[in-house]
Design a protein around this ligand. Sequence first.
Ligand SMILES: *Cc1c(COP(=O)(O)O)cnc(C)c1O
Length: 359
Amino acid sequence: MNELLETLKITKTTHPKEKPDPAALGFGQVFTDHMFLLDYDEGQGWHDPVIVPYGPIPLEPAAAVFHYAQEMFEGLKTYISADGDGLRLFRPDMNAKRTNQTNARICIPLIDEEIYVGAIKALIGMDRDWAPDYPGTSLYIRPFIIATESFLGVRSSNSFKFIIILSPSGPYYKGGLTPTKIYVEDNYVRSAEGLTGDAKIGGNYVIGLKAQACAHEKGYDQVLWLDGKERRYVEEIGTSNAFFVIDGEVYTAPLTGTILPGITRDSVLTILRDRDIPVREERFTIHEVYQAADEGRLSEVFAAGTAAVISPVGEMLWKDRHITINGGEIGSLSQELYDTITGIQSGYLPDTHGWTVKL
Ligand SMILES: *Cc1c(COP(=O)(O)O)cnc(C)c1O
């Protein structure tokens, strides 16, 4: 184990909470008995890892995170192994790497990837009996970092807290694999070249709330984001990566800085390439999508992300143009990708790429 983690101090809760009914779990509403904390101070680096009972964190009202949003987060899940021998993580090294890419973008000090994954494992070790064992459920892991320095000047904070909390969660979308209705947003944008679209930060989420609320008001589940400059190029669906199947080829936006490099996205692309299904990681326009739909060449649309894994799209509205995809039903490729990824995650299917980590 890493030297820093050898100094880990553990305080067990004296008031274990009652565990929720796994069949009735929502997403991100219930938290386990413990949390992990690690402090950073300039000159000292990351220091003093602890696991303590889950609870409020005292912060000064002037703490930088409250004013200038110097904050990042990650999201991954723990799955119960199909063979009944414990829990698995899915590609946690990728979350650690992405954390450092995000940190570099918003001036948060980098964190050793071994410590990062080790901290996740240590916390799950404490609360492993919180992992729900019911179809569609998982133990969701939320690592995040906040700027804690009490100072209102505008510059990077000189102190931070890295925190991990765990949440037993049900399916992200209550309807399971029911196709969603997507509103193509052509007014608000979430990203543009030079901005922070490829960093996993709360700031990217707050600027999307308004568009999401407007889409909900109109009866849509999520928005499809177009590029921030011309409102032409297809980027992401809500907070997940977007895929379009046109003429049997799978299109998704390239990683050129404006979209989040999803781990599910990478897993989807790897699986497609393994199966010799043609993949196009290139810019394409909403006009091309609609033209393909008009000509009967658009067979499937889906979103990919940790929370829902694969979420099929059944309908889209762009300006006044409404289209139905695959008769509003889940497509065969979406279903196959969902079954493959969730199968690898829980160990039903062979893990040929070494993606899962047994706990
Ligand atoms: C987290 C996130 C994704 C999905 O990434 P995964 O690693 O697959 O969970 C996609 N887009 C945005 C904007 C995100 O924040």
